[in-house]
Ligand binder design. Sequence first.
Ligand code: TXA
Ligand code: MG
Length: 367
Amino acid sequence: MSRARICPPNVDTLREAAQLLLRGEVVGMPTETVYGLAGNVFDERALERIFSVKERPTFDPLIVHVSPSLLGGKPLEGLERLDLVDTTEFSPLARRRVEALAQAFWPGPLTIVLPKTSRVPDLATSGLGTVGVRVPRHPVAQKLIEATGMPLAAPSANRFGRISPTRAAHVLSELGDRIDLIIDGGDCEIGVESSVVSVGVDGLVRLLRPGGVAVAALESVTGSPVHLAIGPQDGTLSLSAPGMLASHYAPGKRMHRLPAAVSELTALQLSTLLRGQPPQLPLGVLLLSGDAKTLGQELSVRTGHPVIAFSLSLSGSLSEAARNLFARLRELDESTAELLFTEPCEIKTGLGHAIADRLSRATAGRT
Ligand code: TXA
Ligand code: MG
């Protein structure tokens, strides 16, 4: 039973959303990466709502969203003026690096983790001394923050551990029975979440989650290597990036990682993969590239199983693949396929890095 309304982003609906947010309610908000579930970061009631609506454990910290106008011309000074971050301990190098990253990638898909002030409730940061901040590029997210006049905490608007939403209808199907309003900003342009980096007091930059900004782009802006500190993929928690659980972004059905691209699977690999499965069991396959119809038909002929195949990009474009990733995973999950497979993704550069990370979490423990 859904009660949420999906509304176009006009003056009236943005005003209504802002009023809800100022009352401690939560609202579905579009961003350029994925849809967020927004709440006033300085209001503990709103934070409690976010965690309960998402069924999210409180050890997983939230990202705080600010608009360029709330921030003013100098990002770090703006964050300090908003009383979100406290960088008094920062070396001049650390300050320069934060300013450089913010100038280069804000507004955009980069979250920077910085020491927090006492005004930021511990609930928002899971008790950590740091807070993740990002300036979304999506004009509707910016307008909503401006209309509210408050920094907005917003995790992805899915139930915990599930597939992130990249269109308003996804938010409705995830959380429609628990929230009142979803602002429709169209399909998300990037399709995977922001890259999360921390900057230490000494200026050391660590990547906590691969996302919309490539590591090479981060390195060219800071002029120094970015250290990889991605959460483990073995089901345990990472200390540096809580919330980066191995099993995440997962469809409800079992999904396995194929040992090779579909067109390269050997007969032995296929028979091993499908051993013991009933002959008519419908298979669902996520292809990284190529023509889904042709490749799906070939696989069906080779295995004798009905095959439902989706391709992330006909041409193999990584930005197109990222944009389609969560929607295709969701379609496979909702299809009649009963056993899901994904092609392996080994790319460690650009958006491929984020796609590989999300797919490995979607199949964690099920290779
Ligand atoms: O693109 C995005 O970042 C989207 C949109 C809505 O902005 N938001 C998003 O939020 O992906 P969420 O809650 O699904 O993921 C937040 C993750 C946490 O799970 C954690 O890994 C990391 O960001 N994070 C947040 N604050 C942190 C902190 N203080 N220290 C370390 N990691 C943090
Ligand atoms: Mg999420």
